[in-house]
Design a protein around this ligand. Structure first.
Ligand code: FE
Ligand code: FE
Ligand code: ZN
Length: 300
């Protein structure tokens, strides 16, 4: 069985137990979470996360693996504001500890933004940050660098840029990659018409065995747009067929595949209150296209 799940929340009284329950309610066997709000660095104590209970529930309900996503305000590539870089380093050190405590083996990290210092300077700084953190850390956790759309001054928008980071990191065995299909599309990698070629290129530059997570998202914008807006499965420019192909690609069977598609609005509402994951997971799991997907709840 392929590993397929979604991003889930972690908050309130139940914390991680609630995250696992949410994933199970979607029919998922894996999940991704942020250890707190993705846009800030406030975090609860590890003891308050209800990790043991969450894993107990996971074992009873077939959730096999979890991955953690570092908050996106961490910017290791910043050479312009020393405080931002310092905060990124200290937070990443703690986040690795939290990831290990949560019994996750993978921490996903956006490589960062160079903030007009140029991609080369940004990459150098990200390497420096990763070395600072990894040289003194022995947790059984890998850092998966996410492929980015190239929005603003993001680095990691090409396989070569990710490879350049690998090349500078001492403990390269602690690095992996998180492929995000929306980001790949927006960065100009044509999964729809050049699926095998894109994977071959990735294999030559980094190696398919380095893929630790796949973010399965459709994209609102066309190929090469450098935008990064996720669309629901089948309602974007990538489309169901290509995403279904990736989910069922035997080479990635053991790789957690995580949906980060947008929540939906109820009829006539403006607020997004309906998670799309149960239907999208079922639709993607289906052997053939079927018609469970467009379920009339799409209110966007
Ligand atoms: Fe991400
Ligand atoms: Fe992503
Ligand atoms: Zn994104």
């Amino acid at each position: 069985m392929t590993l397929l799940g979604s991003h889930v929340g972690m908050s309130g009284k139940e914390m991680f137990l609630g995250s696992v329950k949410e994933a199970v309610s979607y029919g998922a066997n894996t999940l991704m979470l942020y250890t707190g709000a993705p846009q800030n660095t406030r975090r609860k104590q590890i003891e308050e996360l209800r990790i043991g209970e969450g894993w107990e529930y996971a074992a009873q309900h077939g959730v096999e693996e979890i991955v953690v996503h570092a908050p996106y305000i961490i910017n290791l590539a910043n050479t312009v504001k020393p405080e931002t870089y310092e905060l990124a380093v200290t937070f990443l050190e703690k986040e690795l500890k939290r990831t290990a405590a949560m019994k996750s083996k993978v921490l996903i990290l956006h490589p960062g933004s160079h903030v007009n210092a140029g991609a080369e300077a940004g990459i150098e700084q990200a390497i420096k940050g990763l070395n600072t953190v990894l040289d003194q850390n022995d947790d059984d956790v890998v850092i998966a660098l996410e492929t980015m759309a190239g929005k603003g001054s993001e680095i990691g928008r090409s396989f070569q840029e990710i490879r350049a980071i690998y090349d500078g990191v001492h403990k390269r065995e602690r690095l992996r990659v998180c492929l995000d299909t929306c980001h790949l599309n927006d960065a100009g990698y044509d999964l729809v018409n050049r699926y095998e070629e894109v994977l071959r290129e990735f294999d030559e530059i980094i190696g398919l065995d380095q893929i630790a997570v796949i973010h399965v998202n459709d994209s609102v914008n066309p190929l090469g747009s450098h935008k990064d807006r996720h669309a629901n499965i089948g309602s974007g420019t990538i489309g169901y067929e290509t995403l279904h192909r990736l989910v069922h690609d035997v080479r990635f069977q053991a790789v957690p595949k995580i949906l980060e598609t947008p929540w939906l609005c109820a009829e006539g509402e403006k607020k997004k209150t309906i998670p799309p994951y149960k239907e999208e997971i079922a639709w993607l799991k289906a052997a053939n296209k079927g018609n469970q997907g467009s379920n009339g709840r799409r209110g966007i």
